[in-house]
Ligand binder design. Structure first.
Ligand code: ACO
Length: 375
């Protein structure tokens, strides 16, 4: 008899993974053996992908091979550009355009889990940048083989070469969000691939899960709050009024982390380095003042709840500082997380085990069939 039901699967352990460890009480995130702080700020995104897929850092030759494999797969087929053009004409949300474009990558991948994974990683920036340019009436830019994954994304969005601090800022962000335990989108990908479906289907399903505001769709409001506050003096009255109305402060609190989210610290430092090199330092300083005031008020108004800055607060600041519009925040998150999704799929494929939980039936058991004329 099944009686122990966990509707949100809280506390249920459904997989073993060597990819990431999330300790919400210690505020610790380990990615493939590295503390987040060490990996995120040092690795290129290509190194992170290799690490997740192979469980070791690449040597120079292996890194070069991976770079070339990705560069070859950056261009997207004309049919996919046509699809994005149609989506842009209808003002489709960027995350939906990415989902449609990702599904259409079956046209360019030569198949098999590894090829599909390489194609997905390589083509996500091209899909998003092409779509974004089409929505503003510009034509997509061809990817540049001489640029890194991260620099090429920024170049394809704007047509400008990013500076080293911007590239590093985005690199650190993508590494920070590459994997995070058995979150909803990763679980979705594992369920799909466990049926021996294909990698592209698994990642398209994961994108569908990521889109929801309870998962990947929240960084915009944290930034709006900083803009609405506008000045250090206004932080306390604004935040107090919000809390008195029973509203939540965006960018604070987390279901798993009950101490500071380690990703917030990594991104705060990355944001500072980026903003110092030609960014809007006044905005960075204001965000810090808003954060400090919010933490103080949250401890006063909600004592003992462990409400700390979450990943979304500094994500918003970094992505805004890179010139990205809010509509691209969740798609850009996906550029990082697809590394984790594909790595989890490889783990699940190796496991060869269908994910198939059970449900408890709560309906009636002895209904009498009524012919249509009697209902
Ligand atoms: N501002 C004010 N109060 C808060 C906040 C907040 N940001 N977050 C939680 N609280 C309060 C709740 O009102 C509740 O108070 P109570 O005990 O008096 O009823 C208490 O803290 C516990 O809150 P829960 O809802 O149980 O916490 P939960 O773990 O479900 O919430 C969540 C996590 C949804 C992230 C929440 O903190 C929140 O809404 N934050 C703001 C939105 C946000 O930043 N979202 C992005 C999250 S990052 C990510 O998911 C990747």
């Amino acid at each position: 008899m099944l009686t122990d039901i966990k509707p949100g699967l809280e506390g249920v352990v459904a997989a073993e993974t060597r990819l990431s460890s999330v300790d919400g009480l210690a505020g610790e995130l380990i990615i493939a053996g590295f503390p987040l702080e060490a990996l995120a700020t040092n690795a290129t995104f290509e190194e992170t992908v290799y690490l997740l897929w192979h469980d070791r850092l690449p040597d120079a030759a292996a890194l070069n091979t991976l770079r070339e494999q990705l560069v070859q797969r950056r261009p997207i087929p004309d049919e996919v550009v046509a699809l994005l053009r149609a989506a842009a004409q209808r003002q489709t949300a960027a995350i939906d355009a990415l989902r449609m474009g990702a599904a259409a990558l079956s046209l360019s991948s030569s198949g098999g889990a590894e090829n599909d994974a390489l194609t997905l990683i390589a083509a996500f920036p091209t899909l998003i940048a092409a779509y974004w340019r089409l929505t503003s009436g510009a034509e997509p830019l061809a990817p540049r083989a001489d640029l890194s994954h991260t620099a090429n994304y920024l170049y394809m969005l704007t047509g400008q070469m990013p500076n080293a601090a911007q590239t590093r800022g985005l690199e650190t962000y993508l590494n920070t969000v590459c994997d995070h335990g058995l979150n909803a989108s990763t679980f979705t990908a594992r369920v799909i691939i466990s049926t021996e479906s294909d990698m592209i289907s698994a990642v398209v399903g994961a994108l569908g899960a990521l889109k929801g505001p309870l998962h990947g769709g929240a960084p915009g409001p944290a930034l709006d709050m900083v803009f609405e506050i506008g000045s250090a003096e206004n932080a306390e009255p604004y935040l107090r009024a919000r809390l008195e109305r029973g509203e939540r402060l965006m960018g604070f609190g987390h279901r798993v982390y009950k101490v500071r989210d380690p990703r917030a610290d990594v991104l705060k430092i990355a944001a500072e380095q980026m903003f110092r090199h030609g960014g809007d330092m006044a905005l960075y300083t204001l965000a810090g003042q808003v954060e400090q005031t919010a933490l103080r008020l949250l401890e006063m108004v909600k004592p003992g709840r462990g409400l700390q800055t979450n990943v979304e607060f500094y994500t918003a600041l970094i992505l805004h500082g890179l010139g990205l519009p809010v509509a691209l925040f969740t798609p850009t998150f996906a550029i990082g997380r697809v590394a984790g999704w594909t790595a989890h799929c490889f783990e699940q494929i190796a496991l060869r085990r269908l994910i198939r939980p059970q449900s408890v039936y709560t309906g009636e058991r002895a209904r009498r069939w009524q012919p249509l004329e009697e209902r």
